[in-house]
Design a protein around this ligand. Structure first.
Ligand code: SF4
Ligand code: SF4
Length: 161
């Protein structure tokens, strides 16, 4: 349920994995007219509940990271839910389990700081909007947030089409 985004399709075929960031205030859930997206007490934002989802794509438009995808044939939005079936019984998410270079880690932010030179960051700015997430990205030391520019967001949208 994760997908790969092109970094800069004009210049390179390189891609980067995009997981759900599990936002503190998930706009996907706020925009859902059917109350189909639930956030658990553990902070994990679940995929859409099948009996409720009406496949309207509001969540697709609302997510600043371009994560939810509507499966038209199933009439259902599906997205990364941090492998809830695994993590709820103490296993790591599948992506972190199979990643050979450990680019994806399933550890606490404190452990991440200890394991890598980069700075794990969970604060993102989209214009005037600040989004805080449960998932962290590694940024260079000293950088405490990431400002996402409009053309980067447009690239994400284009590459996920
Ligand atoms: S990253 Fe997108 S899909 Fe995931 S919780 Fe945030 S708004 Fe929802
Ligand atoms: S596609 Fe489904 S989960 Fe997304 S906003 Fe519409 S009803 Fe809610």
């Amino acid at each position: 349920m994760i997908h790969l985004d092109y970094i800069d399709r004009e210049w390179t075929t390189a891609t980067t994995p995009m997981v759900c960031m599990h936002c503190e205030n998930p706009t996907c859930a706020q925009a859902c007219p059917a109350d189909a997206i639930k956030k658990g007490e553990d902070g994990v934002v679940r995929s859409a509940l099948k009996p409720r989802c009406v496949a309207c794509s509001n969540c697709v438009l609302a997510c600043p990271f371009g994560v939810p995808k509507v499966q038209i044939e199933m009439e259902l939005m599906m997205k990364c839910d941090m492998c809830y079936d695994r993590t709820s019984v103490g296993l790591r998410p599948m992506c972190a389990t199979v990643c050979p270079s450990q680019a994806l880690l399933y550890v606490t932010a404190e452990e991440a700081r200890r394991l890598r030179r980069g700075n794990p960051v969970n604060t993102f700015r989209f214009g005037n909007e600040e989004v805080r997430t449960m998932v962290y990205l590694y940024l260079p030391q000293g950088q405490e947030s990431l400002e996402v520019e409009a053309d980067v967001v447009n690239d994400i949208w284009r590459s996920s089409e």
